[in-house]
Design a protein around this ligand. Structure first.
Ligand code: SFD
Length: 645
């Protein structure tokens, strides 16, 4: 703790780093990059299957107790099947993702996820029970309080702490490397298309790490701040998804040649405006409605436009994007702002509930925010809002990239051998198209709605097969030759540039010889927002807009080499932004390729406004051409696995 606190007081400045850096080489069998929900699941499960002499190592840019999307805590586990069948789970997810999903992968998570939730409870996670006196666990038959058909309520402030403890115990302290930012993956010099490790740098000392590994499982989460957020200036730093998700998963995998899928998909959550507070529990537990400025229910009002879209009817509720579609339509007709009717919902509940229940419900309502989005409480305090007396605005946010929530971007992976059709099965479950490179959670594409429990579960599935992959090829020794000086010059390039030019201007952020990471990010945000269907265009774009955006984005990406960093923290920001802008490029190119509007409410191709089942009920995949460095895009057939009737 003392060590942590002293290291928090400042980040090593560039001059000191450049004068004293060291390089450490670590050999391991399985390297897990990213210790979020999927990474912790992977660590736990790998250890269960690995032979005694197999070394499992985890590397993380933060500290695993409070890293990743679950860092603050959550108030619900969104995937717990219980009495539901995996087939119904597949139908719900496919409905929500507008028909284009890898049903084999979804089914696989569905059939295993409850086992993970039972483990969480065993490890100490408090789960709400229908009968408060019931002392049994879920596994023993207790009924959870459901926030919806698939979600259960938890006291989740320490959710990530509990999960991280299991990972830490499994691997042992000596095999967990924290506060190390991985900049890229490495492929083997002797075997084409085979992973061999990863490189990164310490955020606390002048040290570069070279990890050599027989297999790598990458689980660095999704991507935030690619688009200009609605909050700016004083509000920046507040986003809906975890703002430390910088797209490392997608960028690093794409760069070593992994096939990507569904990168045109994005998630635009409808959340409390500015504070990004959660809305789910308000709908399901407190029975609140979102109404337009005239008190109308916009979903009822625009039911007809929602019904236009297949595969409507597969699940009880329309796809998430279609809720936005109806709201945006109503807004454009002049009926905004929209409000969550917190006052009405609480009044109604309070009229009918006994005194004891009132108190409990009220504290659950507040806990829902404090666990997951305490910034919302800050907004309410600053704006004099008491939700019992004043309704709060709700609005679609800026777009996010993720493969675990109500989104589907990520990598194209091998499916479970007993379910996946032969085209989708190349031997090892969750292995990407790069041999030995595995992924999970936000990294696996075309299969959203895993959430925290499903991501942890998918990490377990993926790690188990990574262990098998390593065991099946005992003779493989990763070969990497790095010229240490060149490597250091590449990693620390932003610091070298800063040292070289910092005296050129009096204001360190403005300098004709470099661009600071923060300003680079603003440029990326502006391009994505204005040309690639961000909030300022109300999520609308077209081929011409995208082509112009691509021209600007290419110029920006050329400028990545001109980023400058004055300390280690800023160096991380520089590398994060390199990853972010690759994600921006992938998204733009996928949207450009898919000539239809598959996700109305998330984005509109104004030149192809219809959803085109005949030509586009397919996956859009992409890959880096290793010879040219250019992206190649292509269609992959969609295959139905679970009959929908
Ligand atoms: O309210 C590097 N999520 C919810 N899940 C639920 O089950 N219930 C909810 O209530 C959920 N909701 C929710 C959720 C998330 C957020 C932010 C909010 C609300 C406000 C979703 C889950 O949290 C999510 O699905 C999983 O966490 C995804 O797991 P994973 O493992 O794919 O990603 P991660 O947990 O973010 O972890 C990534 C890790 O990688 C590290 N990392 N390390 C080294 N080098 C690099 N270059 C790295 N880049 C990243 C990160 O630090 C992190 O540890 S609600 O909306 O429904």
């Amino acid at each position: 703790m003392v060590e942590q606190r002293s290291s928090m007081t400042g980040s090593m400045i560039s001059a000191d780093v450049l004068n004293s850096y060291k390089i450490e080489e670590i050999s391991t069998d399985l390297l897990i990059v990213g210790g979020g929900m999927a990474g912790c699941g992977a660590a736990f499960e790998a250890k269960r299957w690995a032979p005694k002499n197999m070394k499992i190592t985890l590397v993380e840019k933060a500290a695993i107790e409070r890293s990743g999307a679950v860092a603050m805590g959550l108030s619900a586990i969104n995937t717990y099947l219980g009495e539901n069948k995996p087939e119904d789970y597949v139908k719900m997810v496919t409905n929500d993702l507008m028909g284009i999903t890898r049903e084999d992968l979804i089914y696989d998570v569905g059939r295993h996820v409850d086992g993970s939730v039972h483990l969480f409870e065993k490890w100490g996670l408090p789960i709400f029970k229908e009968d408060e006196e019931d002392t049994r666990s879920l596994e023993e038959g207790a009924k959870p309080v459901r926030a919806g058909k698939w979600q259960i309520m938890i006291h989740g402030e320490s959710y990530k702490v509990i999960v991280a403890e299991a990972a830490r115990k499994a691997l042992g302290e000596e095999n967990i490397y924290e506060r190390i930012f991985i900049i890229r993956l490495l492929t083997d010099e002797k075997h084409e298309n085979r992973i061999a490790g990863a490189i990164g740098f310490s955020l606390r000392e002048a040290k570069i790490y070279i990890f050599k590994a027989k297999a790598v499982l990458i689980s660095c989460g999704g991507a935030v701040n690619v688009f200009r957020p609605r909050s700016q200036a004083e509000g920046m730093g507040r986003t809906w998804y975890a703002l430390w998700s910088a797209g490392s998963t997608y960028s690093m995998a794409f760069d070593v040649g992994a096939e990507m899928t569904t990168m045109e998909n994005r998630f635009v959550p409808n959340r409390f405006k500015d504070g990004y507070g959660p809305v789910g529990a308000w709908f399901t537990l407190f029975k609140a409605r979102v109404l337009n400025a005239y008190g109308e229910d916009y979903m009822q009002k625009w039911e007809s436009i929602v019904k236009d879209y297949p595969p409507y009817g597969l699940a009880a509720v329309p796809a998430t994007c279609l809720w936005n579609h109806a709201m945006l339509k109503d807004w454009l007709e002049g009926n905004g702002p929209f409000y969550m009717n917190t006052t009405g919902a609480m009044k109604k509940l309070f009229e009918t509930l006994p005194e004891k229940k009132k108190k409990a419900l009220e504290s659950d309502a507040w806990e829902d925010f404090l666990d997951m989005t305490c910034a919302q409480a800050g907004v309410w305090a600053a704006m004099d809002i008491d939700p019992r007396e004043t309704d709060s605005e709700v609005m679609p946010t800026e777009p996010y990239f993720l493969g675990s929530h109500a989104g589907a971007c990520g990598m194209w992976v091998s499916g479970p051998p007993d379910i996946a059709p032969k085209e989708w099965n190349w031997g090892y479950n969750r292995m990407t198209t790069v041999n030995g490179l595995f992924t999970a959670g936000d990294g696996v594409g075309a299969s959203g709605h895993k959430f925290s429990s499903g991501s942890f579960t998918e990490g377990r599935i993926s790690a188990k097969s990574a262990v098998k992959f390593i065991s099946d090829d005992p003779g493989f020794i990763p070969t990497i030759h790095t010229d240490n000086k060149t490597l250091a010059e590449e990693i620390y390039a932003p610091m070298i540039r800063y040292e070289q030019y910092k005296g050129y201007s009096t204001e360190p952020n403005i300098n004709p010889n470099y661009i600071k990471p923060r300003l680079y990010m603003f440029r990326l945000n502006k391009i994505m927002d204005e040309y690639v269907a961000g909030t300022s265009t109300f999520y609308r774009t077209s081929e011409k807009m995208l082509l112009k955006g691509l021209e600007l984005l290419n110029k920006l990406r050329e400028d990545a080499k001109n980023m400058a960093a004055s300390d280690l923290h800023e160096l991380m920001r520089a590398w994060e932004n390199y990853h972010r802008s690759t994600v921006g490029m992938l998204h733009l190119r996928h949207i450009l390729f898919r000539e239809e509007t598959r996700y109305p409410g998330f984005y509109y191709r104004m030149d192809h406004l219809k959803l085109d089942e005949e030509n586009w009920k397919v996956f859009v995949n992409s890959k880096k051409n290793k010879a040219t460095g250019e992206i190649e895009l292509f269609k992959k057939p969609w295959i139905e696995i679970i009959p929908k009737t």
